[in-house]
Design a protein around this ligand. Structure first.
Ligand code: Z5A
Length: 206
């Protein structure tokens, strides 16, 4: 039996990484084998691309188009070498970010053409898509407050509030357009309440 592919989306600080082990535990309680991954990253090559993408540098700033292509380079490596084989073996895969992040961050955030992103997605991924997308919705102000005490910020964390507002609006628009696939959870709740909501959504899916 084919595994389920679940992706977690939302702005920074929304609580995706905190919920990931809880979702894994829940699926394992139901008898599912589960693999947790993140994007960009998840393979040695993709993790190197992640470092490139997250590092702030003055000597050779990454352009929005270069950023988009690097996201897809990391993604195709992860999808082809890890995600598809795991799903084929019947393992559920939970991924902290996937393709919708590109629509929200490179599309709405960096203002690249959504038509270009859709064409690239078609070329690289074909019809491959998650079975469920959990959208952790949070105001950018609250998200920024949550990550403030992390120390120095990376390339993405240094973006403006306006950038994160565009990202959030894009996520919400996509969720309104795809209610069956994208389930929005209120990420301003306590971790326990969030965990309960997510369990309810996944239970319905099982
Ligand atoms: N990116 C992109 O642009 N395009 C793409 O296609 C892809 C990615 C795939 C990856 O960085 C960056 O790549 C990302 C988008 C971009 N950058 N941004 N922004 P990352 O993996 O380092 O960043 P992230 O995915 O945003 O992770 P994050 O900042 O750690 O957010 P999170 O995982 O959603 O949050 P968290 O780590 O679980 O929680 C943050 C803090 O809040 C932490 O102190 C928790 O203890 C606390 N927390 C968590 N939940 C709660 C609740 N419910 N209440 C109170 N406090 C909470």
């Amino acid at each position: 039996m084919k595994g389920m592919f679940i992706t977690l989306e939302g702005i920074e600080g929304a609580g995706k990484s905190s919920q990931l082990p809880k979702i894994k535990a829940f699926l394992e309680e139901q008898g599912h084998l589960t693999l947790c991954l993140r994007e960009p990253g998840g393979t040695p090559v993709a993790e190197e691309i992640r470092i490139l993408l997250k590092t702030k540098r003055q000597d050779d700033e990454i352009t929005p188009l270069c950023e988009l292509l690097l996201m897809y380079a990391a993604r195709v490596q992860l999808v082809e070498t890890v995600i598809k084989p795991a799903l084929a073996d019947g393992v559920d895969v939970i991924c902290d970010r996937h393709d919708l992040s590109t629509v929200a961050y490179q599309g709405a955030g960096r203002k690249l053409s959504q038509e270009l992103i859709a064409a690239l997605k078609k070329l690289v991924l074909g019809d491959f898509a998650p079975d469920l997308i959990l959208l952790f919705d949070l105001s950018p102000q609250l998200g920024m407050m949550r990550i403030q005490n992390r120390g120095s910020s990376d390339r993405f964390e240094s973006a403006s509030l306006a950038f994160f507002k565009r990202v959030r609006e894009c996520y919400l628009k996509c969720a309104a357009e795809n209610p069956e696939l994208i389930k929005t959870v209120d990420a301003s709740q306590s971790e326990e309440a969030l965990d309960r909501d997510i369990r309810r959504i996944i239970k319905r899916m099982l």
